[in-house]
Design a protein around this ligand. Structure first.
Ligand code: RFL
Ligand code: PHB
Length: 389
């Protein structure tokens, strides 16, 4: 098989890149380890920046997003019994759109099918060869049968546990990591959201988040211990704990019901540098992870894809490699800002094991400053809606 760009990973990064390249007349083959049903069963991010919305529109995936997604002009932040609102539109003139990653991925698969693009599922033993030569290849197996793709470039869009990052020699790569001493227990339930906007809550019992997918599908999270298990939590226990962590008026308005999904995600900050080795380019979770508190994971993946597809389009149009040469530095400059925001918001909103009285006072002062300062709210809004590409 031969293609211009071999894309490892059929998650949102890989599929979005494939469709943006298709729009530029550049061929690609997407290799995905899981089945499509498995990819579409994963419940992940829910908040889209305008930059990602624009890219989805560009690949013809804007229609359902605009009819079914919710525009959010602000968000609510609570601590103790206090709650205040940060108005994105007022401060920075831009909203965010609440539309699940699962739906984004579904729309991208539909676009891929409609454009006749090749996606190979259930691939195993993917090996990237010759990434630092002019003619890389990707070897893989399906049902024990080996195949090879010859290509000009390889895009590593295979998430944190993929093979792409590990293909870059350790002598070249530097990893930066911070692991947080807690996780998020999340549930999805077919109930109306407690509020029409998201509520991020810092309570003495730990963090909680009230989010949503649509008018009758809610997504809630509570901070939990790292060694906790979803099996330890009945639905009733989850609802009771959530009620204790959000302001009383919200707790009494909460509509509860059976959960349709329940899982724990660990919280981690991670960046690998550089994001390019020869003709291999990393995008999204393959190169960096943020704790979900700032809703930046999927959005930062999209900004990588934006830079990479423009650089590849320039290369195929003019032969210039300058965009490709700048890719890693350009992507990382924005990645680090998303890392900083996610780290700050995580540190602000969670209770840390062994947190000192002083650290707690700092957290409260930071929250009080955010509540009372228009400049602080503007800075938060600027980051939350997404820094420019
Ligand atoms: P993905 O979505 O992980 O997709 C990578 C794809 O690559 C496949 N793959 C391989 N394919 C071929 N060969 C291999 N060797 C492969 N190894 C892996 C995988 O099966 C997968 O389909 O990365 P991508 O595309 O970069 O997208 C990034 C986003 O998914 C991610 O940033 C966010 O979902 C992060 N994230 C969240 N972000 C938010 O903004 N809000 C959230 O609430 C939120 N919740 C989450 C999350 C990430 C989670 N993970 C990764 C554990 C919850 C979870 C559980
Ligand atoms: C979600 O709806 O899953 C969600 C929303 C905002 C976040 C994290 C997760 O910061």
């Amino acid at each position: 098989m031969r293609t211009q760009v071999a894309i490892i990973g059929g998650g949102p990064s890989g599929l979005l890149l494939a469709q943006l390249l298709h729009g530029q007349g550049i061929s690609s083959i997407v290799l995905e380890r899981q089945t499509r049903d498995h990819v579409l069963s994963r419940i992940r991010a829910g908040v889209l920046e305008q930059g990602l919305v624009g890219l989805l529109e560009e690949v013809g995936c804007g229609d359902r997003l605009h009819t079914e997604g919710f525009t959010h002009d602000g968000t609510l932040i609570s601590f103790g019994d206090e709650m205040f609102r940060v108005d994105f539109t007022e401060h920075v003139g831009k909203p965010v759109v609440v539309y699940g990653q699962t739906e984004v991925t579904r729309d991208l698969y539909a676009a891929r099918d409609a454009s006749g693009g090749q996606t190979i599922h259930s691939v195993e033993n993917v090996v990237i060869k010759g990434a630092n030569t002019a003619s890389p290849t990707v070897v893989f197996e399906v049902d024990g049968e080996a195949s090879i793709i010859e290509c000009d470039f390889v895009a590593g869009c295979d998430g944190f546990h993929g093979v792409s990052r590990k293909t870059i020699p350790e002598t070249v790569r530097r990893d930066y990591e911070k692991v947080y001493p807690f996780g998020w227990l999340g549930i999805l339930s077919e109930t109306p959201p407690v509020n029409h906007e998201l509520i991020y809550a810092n309570s003495s019992r730990g963090f909680a988040l009230c989010s949503m997918r649509n008018a009758n599908l809610s997504r809630y999270y509570i901070q939990c211990d790292l060694d906790d298990s979803p099996d330890n939590w009945s639905d009733e226990a989850f609802w009771n704990e959530l009620r204790r962590r959000i302001p009383p008026d919200q707790a009494s308005a909460l509509v509860t019901g059976p959960s349709v999904e329940k899982s724990i995600a660990p919280l981690r900050s991670f960046v690998t540098e550089p994001m390019r080795w020869g003709r291999l380019f990393l995008c999204g979770d393959a190169a960096h992870i943020v704790p979900p508190t700032g809703a930046k994971g999927l959005n930062t993946a999209a900004s990588d894809v934006n830079y990479l597809y423009r650089a590849l389009a320039e290369f195929y149009k003019t032969g210039s490699e300058s965009g490709l040469d700048e890719y890693s530095a350009k992507a990382l400059a924005r990645v680090w800002k998303a890392e900083r925001f996610s780290w700050w918001f995580t540190t602000l909103m969670h209770r840390f094991p062994g947190q000192s009285e002083f650290d707690l006072k700092m957290q409260i002062a930071d929250l009080e400053f955010l509540r009372s300062s228009a400049s602080a709210q503007k800075a938060m809004a600027e980051n939350y809606v997404g820094l420019p590409y």
